[in-house]
Design a protein around this ligand. Sequence first.
Ligand code: SF4
Length: 322
Amino acid sequence: MVTVLDTVSPKPVKPRHPEKAHRPDNPILRKPEWIRVKAPGSPVYNETAKIVRDNGLVTVCEEAGCPNIGECWSKKHATFMIMGEVCTRACAFCNVRTGLPDALDGDEPERVAEATKKLGLEHVVITSVDRDDLDDGGARHFANVIAAIRNTSPKTTIEVLTPDFLRKPGAVEIVVEAQPDVFNHNLETVPSLYLTVRPGARYFHSIRLLQRVKELDPAMFTKSGIMVGLGEERNEVLQLMDDLRVADVDFLTIGQYLQPTRKHHKVDRFVPPEEFKSYETIAYAKGFSLVSASPLTRSSHHAGDDFAKLRAAREKALGASR
Ligand code: SF4
């Protein structure tokens, strides 16, 4: 018998989302004219890309297929995604790769700090994949990244966009102790859609996490965001705003959900700009210090400018109460 070695056929490519591979296709709707983005590719965009690559970093801008990448990277604004590029959850809206992640890279904090310095960022946003496999959900690694940036760029303000740490005891406390300027944790959607959109998470745990940040440090800015167009009712969004205000959250972002692939959750509808405007007006009336609501709003979009506005809004409120 002769054994034939197949050295020609390409290796089977591992699916990006193995858990979604057998799901039925959801057709991708044509985007309306109000969702138009700048094409990537300016010289500054390429420079940003080079700094990201040279430092071996991962960005959520690329991994999540963010529509704003052309605009943000042309201003040297990238959001770093730490703890690898593989997530232990499998949310129905998210394009980040899922599976079993690698061990943590102990040099990553220094490399993130180095890239922050090279990009000359006045405000940096750090997010991560979910690391349910780690004892602290990755909280200590967040703290190490914050410390490394403080060390090399002491004037840079730092915003973290964290997972829920799977309710691991002490995790939020570790991150708050590291003193980021903004603590962001996204609710992503209304509670009635959690089981289909964000099945690994619990709505009231996320609210509680944000409330806990304020209990630990009342001066720390808190922020949360949702996507609309997933099938939520307007009244549910208004209720969610109230829940966030009870947790004393300062800043709310609302953006249109865009479907990454046919295997992801379908877009129920494209919410028109005037509806975003109406959400914004109501959210301000409910007491948020800052609201960003538009079809292309994303958690980290214009985060630096928004941080300056947030600080100004607090100073104004404190001035009025003196
Ligand atoms: S909005 Fe955020 S995730 Fe999207 S490109 Fe800009 S910085 Fe990156």
